[in-house]
Design a protein. Structure first.
Length: 649
């Protein structure tokens, strides 16, 4: 993750002229925190030419000195097994197209796992580039009764070494000063050995000279892990944590959501009171405020979701969950890295798909990419909250848990299980004899998450959602508003149809029911009639192909047209206007169940399709994903509706 996506404020020419310093280190070594500390908000993201592995580049300034900092993909070794690790090696060796060989290196190592890191340090120093070793988590080493003499460590290595606590900003100033002297950094008097056995002896001598004492295993951590990593009790705790997680999303965010709704109602009232032109008023009040505002109402839930995920990750629990799930992944023929990619898809399928670059097996990468869209992303959250609110009474409980939260948890669980089944199918189809590559994962110590890191993670996710609202959803809402309000009907036509032209609500309802959108919804009715969808739901489902959240915006516009004062109540009481179901409610339990399950499975995100195309290099797999998920969504929605009807829903 980069420090930001902001321009560096300088031209490409000046960036090229500045010394290039590359950050190298293992995943979870604190490398990103060091990068963020050095670059602040002067960072930008992009891809390496010819490949889809992301590169993060920023600038660091100290007085008149300016340095270009590049955060290379994390790797445990310079013997690559995955595409992103190959990029790191190619950049260090000057073989990567479009990326100059660095002038110097910052080698980031975790003080609590220093023995394991020194083999990697030896490989990096053997490249012969000026290097400085950055030792992170020294505060944690001391807290757990470990010891390291940094000066002796630097002397033994023969290169500069500095302690840095990146998430607290400690040592960043000294590191910036060190960068100004990169040309004079000493090199080891004797190059580190290249033979693995000799490297091990070399590492032990370095540690002995530096007086290194590894951190003690905390007794509380051991006792907690005995429960959390237990195959039975750990799984039970995992499900309990997830149930509380989703219950919190509903209960804590509800008051905040009410405030947001009140804000948009007030804005809509201002438009109605001060904008005389009915078309301009409708565009502002119905398309932008009712449409986009209907999605923004769910920002509190989304922000809270990412806040809780950041807290669970920061405290060290998500790594334990990954350890538990690694056993499950093995049953589906995948390794633990695949779980990390699927876990990333909870925020959005796009970073989940991109995270498959860490997988060494091409077949595993493809199987995981084809499954990632089934993981419940944040774009589904507004749809789930809206529909669950129509289906389940807020006061309903099942034991100590609220029923709404449990339904939400069930939908997330259904998506996760379906994703792993899909990955298993594609893995079997693509590689019947493949074996999983061993996966090693460290359990981070339990720690209080740094508030700044949590807020940055939460804010980044919220900005991504708001950015989508300001682009895709705004454009879609305007198009939908036009489709819902065209063609125009004269007063004579309205009176001939029995509409009271003095009743604005009646006129609006007639216009919507005889609009181009209604024609489109009725055109696809034969496809969705078995699922219980009427034309208004059909239009919402079609609009959701651009972005899932627009389903909520569509229903918001339709509801505002039928009852501008109480659009939520309009959805609850919405009925079929004509046909064999005339007068029957639209949002019955079977229909809502079908809708929820449809959104669990359908691939309704063109950005995800585009990323699949970019990652696979062909349209074959994106079209395969779109087709199989659309068909699966229809079939599972039909089964859900049928089951709900049989159960008396």
């Amino acid at each position: 993750m980069s420090a930001g996506c902001h321009d560096t404020g300088g031209t490409d020419a000046t960036l090229i002229a500045a010394p290039r310093i590359a950050l190298v280190g293992a995943p979870n070594s604190g490398k990103t925190s060091v990068f963020n500390g050095l670059t602040g908000l002067r960072a930008k993201t992009g891809n390496y030419p010819g490949v889809t592995v992301s590169r993060f580049v920023g600038t660091s300034r100290t007085g008149s000195h300016r340095h270009v900092i590049e955060d290379l993909p994390g790797t445990y070794s310079l013997e690559p097994v995955s595409p992103d690790e190959r990029i790191t090696v190619d950049v260090l060796d000057g073989r990567q197209e479009g990326a100059d060989r660095p002038d110097a290196l910052l080698v980031v190592v975790d003080a609590t796992t220093l023995r394991r890191s020194l083999g990697f340090v030896a490989q990096v120093l053997a490249r012969g580039l000026p290097a400085c070793v950055v030792v992170t988590f020294t505060d944690e080493l001391a807290r757990r009764q470990g010891r390291l003499d940094i000066d002796a460590f630097a002397q033994a290595l023969g290169v500069p070494a500095l302690p840095v606590v990146g998430h607290r900003g400690l040592g960043i100033g000294q590191l910036r000063e060190q960068l100004t002297t990169w040309r004079t950094w000493p090199a080891p008097a004797v190059a580190p050995p290249t033979d693995p056995d000799e490297r091990e002896a070399w590492a032990e001598s370095i540690l002995a000279f530096a007086g290194y004492r590894p951190p003690e295993r905390h007794r509380v951590t051991q006792r907690v892990d005995a429960v959390l990593l237990h195959p039975v009790w750990g799984t039970a705790v995992f499900f309990a944590v997830m149930a509380v997680f989703f219950q919190t999303v509903f209960t804590v965010a509800a008051p905040l959501q009410d405030w947001v709704e009140a804000l948009f109602a007030w804005l809509s009232g201002l438009v109605d009171a001060h904008v005389g032109n009915p078309w301009v008023s409708g565009l502002l009040a119905d398309a932008l405020i009712a449409g986009v505002g209907g999605v923004l109402v769910f920002v509190p839930q989304i922000v809270l979701l990412f806040l809780l995920l950041a807290l669970l990750e920061g405290v060290g629990y998500l790594a334990r969950a990954a350890f538990l799930m690694d056993r499950v992944m093995a049953r589906f023929g995948l390794e633990g890295r695949a779980f990390v990619a699927l876990l990333s898809s909870f925020a959005c399928a796009i970073p989940g798909i991109m995270a498959t670059r860490t997988l060494p097996s091409a077949r595993d990468r493809l199987a995981t990419m084809m499954a990632a869209p089934l993981m419940t992303c944040s774009a589904r959250l507004p749809v789930y909250v809206l529909l669950i609110g129509l289906l389940v009474d807020p006061s309903a409980k099942l034991g100590p848990f609220g029923a709404q939260g449990l339904v939400m948890f069930g939908l997330y669980l259904l998506g996760a299980v379906s994703a792993m089944l899909a990955a298993w199918v594609f893995k079997k189809l693509g590689d019947r004899h493949g074996q999983a590559v061993p996966f090693f994962m460290e359990m981070p110590p339990y720690r209080l998450p740094a508030p700044r890191a949590v807020l940055v993670a939460m804010g980044s996710s919220a900005r991504t959602f708001l950015r989508k609202c300001s682009t895709v959803i705004v454009a879609t809402s305007v198009v939908l508003w036009l489709l819902l309000n065209l063609p125009l009907h004269s007063d004579a036509q309205l009176r001939a149809a029995g509409v009271d032209t003095t009743d604005s609500v009646a006129v609006s309802a007639y216009t919507v029911d005889h609009s181009y959108a209604a024609d489109l919804g009725r055109l696809v009715a034969p496809v969705f009639d078995p699922l219980g969808f009427d034309w208004r739901i059909n239009v919402g489902v079609l609009s959701a192909q651009a972005a899932r959240e627009t389903f909520v915006a569509t229903l918001g516009q339709v509801a505002a047209a039928e009852d501008p004062e109480k659009p939520e109540q309009a959805l609850r009481t919405m009925t079929y206007p004509d046909g064999p179901r005339a007068g029957e409610p639209v949002f019955t339990a079977p229909t809502i169940a079908a809708l929820l399950v449809y959104f669990v499975y359908a691939l309704q995100c063109m950005a995800t399709v585009a990323v699949l195309r970019r990652e696979t290099g062909t349209w074959r797999w994106p079209m395969t994903a779109f087709t199989y998920l659309t068909v699966l969504a229809w079939l599972m929605a039909y089964l859900a509706r049928t089951a709900t009807v049989l159960l008396g829903g």
